[in-house]
Design a protein around this ligand. Structure first.
Ligand code: HAM
Length: 424
């Protein structure tokens, strides 16, 4: 047999990488608890039709789609939002609103692998369902702000927009939804000239072209400019007002927004309102993104239900932490190697290991049957904090030898005081 490699775009997360990923997941879960988002665990495989309905051309083409043995067309989830929308139309149908859900896990997209872009990656996903009020959108941005801070990131910046502005202009100009989607897809890729080619009306074209010029350093000024630019396009103007209200709430919540972009668009097709992404200056890839999607649940056969949400790219957050040299701030458990001096003391060593674990200390029992100096060398190499050496002589006095591996010092410690001595 050949030696096997991972499939292209898939990665093994080992030791520190796995620890960093769990650290970020823990922080996401903590954020969910602080904001009252209840966790839901949904399947990795879903009906293709559900996942593709409003994901947009880009993601649709990159889905891992296949027929299962029952001849059903299924796919690996490229995101969580459509699964949550499915829940809202089924099991969670009668839940009182607002409904706040949290999910975390792997998602799959056949993207071109590069730094920060993988085919299997991890997201934490927050959805706030049942209200179209701006405070809901503000909450989604603020909880993202909290997560960024909780993992220790600095100088991150939010970019905000509102698809209602462009859609409002296009709808009033009788551009059908399919063309609107195609235009927004191109805008998402910053292919503005390509996007404009799909617009027939001269007036509409000049309004769209004009939107490219509205950005200023002051976000509130940008929103005011958008508002006056789309005067006469009533839905677009309402959207600009909505964006202003969200911006005000987010700022009041203590999270400064750095950019408002009138022509900002996102790949997913289900957005109907505010959209946003978060970045750090050192990386030009979004660490998270989301927005409002008021029509998706209805499309899946539910009651008309407004909703807003976000997904954070956990692999990218880990990458951002490495880039900014942010060290996880959780207290690391003390790690101890427990080594019996001879075969006969295995049971005693096992009992002591259990006692240490009960006290919250990570204890690794010597299971390879190695001699003392080999076992200590190994504990050193693994950067363990202590070795607990279980020997007959000390046991007679209900004690063991505790070796501080960093300081290279050792002392005899009573077993009754062992945990306390190690914890310090
Ligand atoms: P999204 O922008 O497609 O939104 O993905 C969210 C985040 O996932 C991105 O900002 C990025 O950090 C990360 N991400 C995307 N593709 C990759 C990749 N190939 N490799 C690594 N990380 C990646 C959504 O998924 C929506 N469901 C967000 C949402 C929730 N909107 C409303 N509710």
């Amino acid at each position: 047999m050949p030696t096997f490699q991972t499939v292209r775009g898939m990665r093994d997360l080992l030791a520190e990488e796995a620890e960093a990923m769990t650290f970020v997941m823990d922080k996401a879960r903590e954020t969910a608890q602080l904001y009252g988002y209840r966790e839901v665990i949904t399947p990795v495989i879903e009906p293709y039709e559900l996942l593709s309905a409003k994901s947009g051309e880009e993601i649709r083409q990159r889905m891992f789609t296949f027929k299962d043995l029952g001849n059903r067309t299924v796919a690996l989830r490229p995101e969580f939002t459509s699964s949550v929308a499915r829940l809202v139309t089924t099991s969670l149908k009668n839940e009182p609103k607002p409904l706040r859900t949290f999910s975390v896990g792997s998602v799959y997209r056949y993207d071109e692998p590069q730094r920060g872009r993988y085919r299997e990656f991890y997201q934490s996903d927050f959805e706030l369902i049942g209200t179209s009020n701006p405070e809901a959108d503000a909450e989604i941005i603020l909880l993202t702000d909290r997560l960024m801070r909780a993992v220790g990131l600095r100088n991150y910046a939010f970019k905000l927009g509102h698809v209602g502005v462009i859609r409002g202009i296009l709808t009033q100009e009788n551009v059908d939804e399919k063309t609107q989607n195609a235009i927004l897809q191109r805008m998402d890729k910053k292919e503005f000239e390509e996007a404009f080619k799909l617009v027939e009306s001269e007036e509409c074209l000049s309004t769209l072209r004009g939107s490219l010029e509205l950005k200023s350093d002051d976000v509130f000024k940008t929103v005011e400019r958008i508002k006056s630019h789309v005067e006469g396009y009533c839905k677009a103007a309402e959207s600009a007002e909505d964006l202003k209200n969200i911006l005000r709430l987010v700022t009041e919540g203590g999270c400064p927004v750095q950019t408002v972009e009138p022509t900002f668009a996102r790949g997913l097709e289900y957005y109907t309102g505010m959209i946003f992404e978060v970045y750090i200056p050192e990386l030009d890839i979004a660490l998270g993104g989301g927005g409002r999607y008021d029509k998706l649940i209805e499309l899946f056969g539910g009651e008309p239900t407004p909703a807003t949400g976000v997904a954070h790219g956990l692999d990218r957050i880990v990458l951002a932490m490495q880039t900014q040299k942010t060290t996880p701030t959780t207290e690391r458990k003390k790690r101890v190697a427990v080594v019996p001096i001879n075969e006969a003391l295995k049971g005693e060593a096992l009992r002591i290991s259990q006692m240490l674990r009960n006290a919250g200390i990570s204890a690794e029992l010597e299971v390879m049957g190695r001699k003392m100096n080999k076992a200590l060398e190994d504990a050193d190499r693994r950067k363990m904090d202590y070795a607990v050496i279980v020997g007959e002589r000390e046991l007679k006095q209900s004690a063991v030898v505790v070796r501080d591996l960093a300081k290279r010092e050792q002392a005899v410690v009573e077993i009754a005081k062992l945990s306390k001595t190690i914890i310090g």
